[in-house]
Design a protein around this ligand. Structure first.
Ligand SMILES: Cc1cc2nc3c(=O)[nH]c(=O)nc-3n(C[C@H](O)[C@H](O)[C@H](O)COP(=O)(O)OP(=O)(O)OC[C@H]3O[C@@H](n4cnc5c(N)ncnc54)[C@H](O)[C@@H]3O)c2cc1C
Length: 552
């Protein structure tokens, strides 16, 4: 096929894509066109990440990371014996929602600067606000520990407030530096900096391995994009930095104590059958890389259409939870997908476009750190939203009597995920037919999603509610029944979650708290007539618009 190009390691003799370890452990290989371009490294890695650091610089910025093209694939000998005295000082790498060895800028920098203590922190505030995502992180820790042990290292897990834990581990180990990744939201790390400095070390915060550094894709006049399509076009023209290979690690002279990866507080906070949700999780970096390769093997030109059909499990990558806990990097996905495209695989361009939404959401969050709390269009803060109450509770429990909505809410509760199309339908029903504040829905998703991502969740809720940048206009009200007919024509998805004898309905009954008294045989009448609810929303919108115009 014209334009076909194989990248090592290429498909195996049976045509399958390479294994996780083959991908992760190979040396970085930039695309030839990019490697040869003069000054490329400075533009994509140096200057831009330096600018990001400067903007977030409550924290002492690290010198920009250069991609190490000389890095060798990881393999025996397991322990790096080549470090000089300066490098042999102990440093901590705090794995902060970047739970992988591959393409991990903070880990690469730590490994360059000393003997590494790999640290994960289980933060009780995280467990309280986002228990499913917290528990999903806990599931990523044993595979991460195994990966580290295979390299002569290990994972130290501590429970507690991150600032307190970091200071304690610095004191316990005599570490001179802590390397970590930016957290979301992007601001607000001042307490960490002071705590680490107080314990006698320096905190270095490294950019996330997103497709592009935050704020680097700008309009011709140097401002942020507010609309996705031009952002996507500009991003598509930008060289995406190559992923960093997993670095060699040197063991410190002694290991600090570890609390272990179990996180009962997160499971308790979930208030539902975690074992049911866990069946739907494939944790670990290797699993994520394998999942990516399997998806790239099966993706076709019909991805854009298939991704809207909720009964079709295989139509999308299913990687959002692995991305959310950092088991795989967006850059790694990008470059593997580009290689698949060069191998002639269809649908890749549409897939990359979806992946770019994640970067767009992060850019918005970077520019507006309150986007998860206040309407991006400020006038919408005065919209007469209804608050939390029995109607919102019926929505949360999948008891609205509207089949697509209830099926989606049950999927969310039992699996920790919900199909993207159904997220839009369920969210739209809440904010339009029920006129309930989008933040009520956002908070519930944040509690329940194993793929919870502060930026993606906020951007998408504001998109549905019509108050975000590039949002779907409020007057465009999804009819959940029509959406069901269009995207679940044979009712396979609705039946899975609503038919009392179906596996999904039974899983939901198992996962739900007893206090919900779920009876799979309940037949629920719609809590609102869809036409009436739609008209009520449009009338409220009309009054709101007239008031808004009069106020200007
Ligand atoms: C109301 C609402 C809330 C959402 N909350 C979250 C959230 O908390 N976390 C989250 O990761 N996604 C969220 N999404 C986006 C989307 O539903 C999921 O990313 C998607 O279901 C992931 O499935 P996949 O990995 O199989 O997608 P694929 O089609 O395989 O896409 C690949 C990747 O692209 C990114 N992506 C795809 N669609 C979107 C999108 N609309 N916005 C941003 N990134 C996208 C994701 O990282 C995804 O893993 C939300 C969507 C809505 C409508």
């Amino acid at each position: 096929m014209p334009g076909r190009r194989k990248e090592p390691p290429g498909p195996g003799p049976d045509g399958a894509r390479p294994s996780a370890s083959a991908i992760r452990d190979r040396p970085a290989r930039p695309r030839p066109g990019i490697r040869r371009r003069k000054g490329w490294r400075d533009r994509t890695q140096g200057q831009l990440s330096g600018a990001v650091h400067a903007r977030n610089s409550a924290i002492s910025p690290m010198r920009p990371l250069a991609i190490r093209r000389d890095m060798k694939p990881f393999g025996p000998p397991r322990v790096n014996r080549g470090l000089n005295t300066r490098q042999a000082m102990t440093v901590i790498c705090w794995f902060r929602r970047v739970l992988r060895l591959d393409d991990h800028p903070a880990l690469a920098a730590a490994a360059k600067n000393g003997a590494v203590i790999a640290l994960a922190i289980l933060d009780p505030a995280d467990a309280a606000a986002h228990p499913a995502s917290a528990q999903r992180q806990a599931m990523a820790l044993p595979p991460l520990d195994a990966g580290l042990r295979a390299r002569g290292s290990r994972l130290i897990v501590r429970r507690g407030d991150p600032a307190t834990v970091l200071a304690q581990v610095v004191r316990d180990s005599g570490a001179v530096a802590v390397h970590t990744s930016q957290g979301l939201p992007f601001a607000g790390d001042d307490g960490l900096q002071a705590a680490v400095a107080g314990a006698g070390a320096v905190l270095h915060v490294h950019p996330l391995a997103d497709l592009v550094p935050r704020g680097s894709v700008l309009t011709g006049s140097g401002t942020r994009f507010k609309v996705f399509t031009p952002f996507w076009r500009a991003l598509r023209r930008t060289p995406i930095a190559e992923p960093l290979p997993a670095p060699r690690l040197t063991a410190p002279p002694a290991w600090p104590a570890s609390d272990g990866p179990d996180w009962p507080e997160a499971r308790r906070a979930m208030d539902r059958g975690w074992d049911v949700v866990a069946r739907h999780v494939r944790a670990g970096e290797d699993a994520a890389l394998d999942q990516l390769e399997a998806f790239l093997n099966r993706i076709t030109a019909r991805y854009a259409e298939g991704r809207n059909r909720p009964a079709d499990d295989d139509a999308t990558s299913g990687l959002s939870d692995a991305l959310a806990v950092g088991e795989i990097s967006a850059r790694r996905i990008w470059h593997r997908a580009m290689a698949a495209q060069q191998d002639g695989q269809g649908g890749i361009e549409d897939f990359l476009r979806e992946l770019a939404w994640r970067d767009f959401a992060r850019d918005l969050f970077h520019a507006s750190p309150n986007i998860d709390r206040t309407c991006w269009r400020p006038e919408w803060n005065d919209f007469p939203w209804r608050g939390d109450g029995p109607d919102a509770e019926a929505w949360r429990r999948g008891r609205t009597g509207i089949a697509m909505v209830d099926a989606g809410m049950r999927e969310l509760f039992a699996t920790g995920r919900m199909h993207n199309r159904v997220r839009m339908i369920a969210a739209s029903f809440l904010v339009k037919h029920l006129m309930i504040d989008w933040r009520v829905g956002l908070d519930w998703f944040a509690r329940c999603l194993t793929d919870w991502d502060a930026a993606n969740n906020a951007m998408n809720w504001q998109w549905v509610a019509g108050c975000g940048p590039d949002a779907s206009p409020f007057f465009r009200v999804f009819n959940p029944d029509t959406q069901g007919t269009k995207f679940d024509a044979r009712r396979r998805y609705r039946d899975l979650w609503l038919d009392p004898d179906a596996v999904g309905a039974q899983e939901f009954a198992d996962a739900a708290p007893r206090s919900w008294r779920v009876d799979p045989h309940d037949r629920l009448a719609p809590m609102v007539d869809l036409d009436t609810g739609r008209q009520r929303a449009l009338d409220a919108y009309g009054r709101f618009k007239r008031r808004d115009r009069a106020a200007r």
